[in-house]
Design a binder for this molecule. Sequence first.
Ligand code: CP
Length: 332
Amino acid sequence: MHNHNDIDMKNFLYAKDLGDLRKALDEAMEIKKDRFKYVELGKNKTALLVFFNNSLRTRLSTQKAALNLGMNVIVLDVNAGAWKLETERGVIMDGDKSEHLLEAIPVMASYCDVIGIRSFAGLTDREYDYAETVYNQFVKYSGKPVFAMETATVHPLQAFADLITIEEHKTVKRPKVVLTWAPHPRCLPQAVPNSFAEWMNEADVDFVITHPKGYELDPMFAGDAKVEYDQMKAFEGADFIYAKNWSCPGVTEPDKYGKILEDYHNLLDWTVSERQMAVTNNGKFMHCLPVRRNMIVTDDVIESKNSLVIPEAANREISATVVLKRILEGIK
Ligand code: CP
């Protein structure tokens, strides 16, 4: 299959894997107009979607994207019906894990042409998570194109859908986009904010990150983005507010990696409400979902006319269709 794009995409983890983001956005808009335009591309090709963790949007939108391209789809929930998988080499397997990933990966690969992986961060071993150990084992041992459906450190299908959504709803050429930390009762990975920061740094936007001290994202993703610790100041004049909780990335203090640094009850003024939205430039509200209401965002804001959470989720079908199309074009 001839590849019409500027790079030969095999795997998908980072923004750079898509090449020119402007071209990728144009392709997204083309697919949005006719999502079955490339229905012949995936004929007799099979996508295997492997989930180590729960999902609603990624599960449905990625299957729909594969169907848009005429592909067959197999979905495997590793923790519901398959053998429990050991992921680390050298472990004496006398526990509850019956199969090792090193056998399971080539077996899975023998039944498909493309593999999508959802494997969240364990949040206990920063080095293991930030090396993308599970994802990279799939790349190394499958011999097939592998794309991230949220891995230990990134969620590029989400970030691409977010970028498409911003492109569709911006009212100025270079909008101000603010990524804000918001409270949550549980320790969450950094994958969504990492990818959002990485992609916004590549996009034509004025990007600001705001969070309490100690939650600084890894420079690999935050890049040169402006960090403003005063949330109200960060929100001033913003065109888009992107809310998300994340646990401590452990950049300067690795022993705090994956932890909540302060009881969330003390930080409830970080919940996005009309109070903060009032200082924005009629700002639009975004969140990747699932979201805990009145923890991350108030009912009023998420239900307001400025909330983009539903079109944002709908764009997951479009981002996944572009990514799978690019991968199919790269399969010789
Ligand atoms: N945003 C997102 O990835 O949603 P799911 O976890 O439901 O797939």
